[in-house]
Design a binder for this molecule. Structure first.
Ligand code: SF4
Ligand code: SF4
Length: 436
């Protein structure tokens, strides 16, 4: 059964969330949606994957459609990625259709994609399943095909872009350190730099080249250390909130551009910003306007004319709500804002605002065998519980062996050796394998 293969082979959402795919394969839905929208600025790895592996992706899509009983498959791909689109089109038949998407941010958000593909709006705080849809990233679908052949997830497709000499996309073993990725892209083109991991908008900032690729890493964007985005992101949270408290003029641009607000959800970051000031009264009420925020970052990095941090205020509000055990439920019906289509943010405009236009370019796929000296494989690369180590220090392992295992009944994913070698360290967090 596909579900069992997906669980055994450790397949999780490769697009970022890392939700175990076997759970999705257990559902029964009308539409199976492939997410090839890829809207993070400068990251083009899904476009490359679709261009070079369309047969595998479509085969994975068909397997998932069969598992969930979907009558239709929909492929969300940006119209600007002509080659990827034609590659997929050449492999699909009557049950699957392509949904051409505009080059806007964030067209890959599940709520946006489900609406674009089916015209259905996911209930507030809901999931695609509630409107008869399952969404999978295109790389996940590639891994679905492999799992059906009992091949576990041992490598990740990534792109390395920004201030590097040779931006490109390639496969690397899970657990490969970032320094190896940068070396594969010809090295950094500036002496002092930092990396956005998996995207500028929704990714994390790292200056640690010993960090490693996981099953959900989309790639690295290398930027000079003194770049505007690094300075902006690197500020401590308290300083971000402090600036917001004194400088927010309640212009509400953050709300007017918020994609979730424009889809009809009660997300109002300008009201959340008020909670920074009203610490004694009104805070709980304003905080609720953050509950349905998807953390896309558009308010902070694009909309706010004062360079404040409404997204981070929403992050904090959501944490406060959780801690207080409050779950806001939108009472108003979800209805698309009449200005939605006119307020979409084109990627070119977003890149300009982010001051990264000079780094935009292709990240062509290079088929190269990458064999790091050491891989460090985290036991939790997914939603749910961490896997338990299933190997001891000193053991010789072959690529594909299960080295971390989930208990039956627990949500999570098995992890596997990503190359042949000797196990050098086993902890509750990771397993290190040396390539000897
Ligand atoms: S856009 Fe900036 S200044 Fe305007 S309300 Fe939002 S956070 Fe405040
Ligand atoms: S990060 Fe900002 S723009 Fe994005 S969904 Fe949240 S509030 Fe809206």
């Amino acid at each position: 059964m596909l579900r069992d293969h997906l669980r055994e082979c450790g397949v999780v959402g490769a697009g970022g969330a890392g939700f175990p795919t076997y759970v999705k394969a257990e559902s029964k839905v009308e539409f199976m949606i492939a997410n090839g929208a890829e809207c993070e600025p400068l990251i083009h790895k899904d476009a490359e994957l679709m261009k070079h592996f369309p047969g595998e992706i479509v085969a994975g899509m068909k397997l998932m459609m069969e598992a969930v009983g979907a009558r239709r498959g929909k492929f969300g791909v940006k119209a600007k990625n002509r080659e990827s689109l034609e590659a997929i089109r050449s492999r699909i038949d009557g049950d699957i259709e392509i949904v051409e998407l505009g080059d806007f941010y964030p067209s890959g958000d599940e709520y946006e994609l489900v609406y674009a593909a089916t015209g259905r709006l996911i209930p507030a705080a809901g999931i695609p399943l509630q409107v008869g849809c399952v969404v999978n990233n295109v790389e996940t679908l590639y891994n679905v095909l492999l799992a059906s052949q009992k091949i576990p997830v041992t490598r990740k497709f990534v792109s390395v872009a920004g201030a590097v000499r040779a931006p490109k996309s390639f496969w690397v073993p899970v657990g490969t350190p970032f320094r190896d990725l940068i070396a594969l892209a010809g090295g950094a083109s500036v002496p002092d730099f930092a990396c956005f991991v998996s995207g500028i908008m929704m990714g994390t900032l790292s200056c640690n080249l010993d960090e490693v690729v996981t099953k959900t890493t989309g790639g690295l964007i290398v930027l000079p250390r003194d770049h505007y985005l690094i300075t902006r992101k690197d500020r401590p949270d308290e300083a971000k909130h402090h600036i917001g408290k004194s400088a927010c003029d309640q212009c509400s641009y953050c709300t007017e551009f918020c994609p979730r607000y424009l889809l009809g959800y009660e997300v109002m970051p300008h009201k959340v910003m008020r909670s920074l000031g009203f610490t004694a009264t009104g805070k709980e009420l304003w905080n609720q306007m953050a509950e349905l925020c998807c953390a896309c970052g558009l308010c902070t990095l694009y909309a706010c004319p004062e360079d404040l941090y409404p997204k981070e205020a929403c992050d904090r509000s959501k944490a406060d709500l959780r801690a207080a055990g409050i779950r806001f439920v939108q009472q108003k019906p979800v209805a698309v804002h009449p200005m939605k289509e006119y307020r979409r943010v084109p990627l070119a405009q977003l890149r300009k605002r982010l001051k990264v236009e000079e780094y935009e370019g292709e990240t062509p796929f290079v088929d190269t065998a990458v064999r790091p000296a050491m891989v460090r494989i985290p036991l939790k690369q997914h939603a749910g519980k961490p896997a338990r180590p299933a190997v001891s220090e000193g053991a010789r392992v072959r690529k594909g062996r299960t080295i971390g295992r989930m208990e039956e009944g627990d949500l999570g994913a098995n992890v596997h050796a990503s190359m042949d070698g000797t196990v050098r360290a086993v902890t509750a967090e990771f397993i290190e394998i040396e390539s000897k």
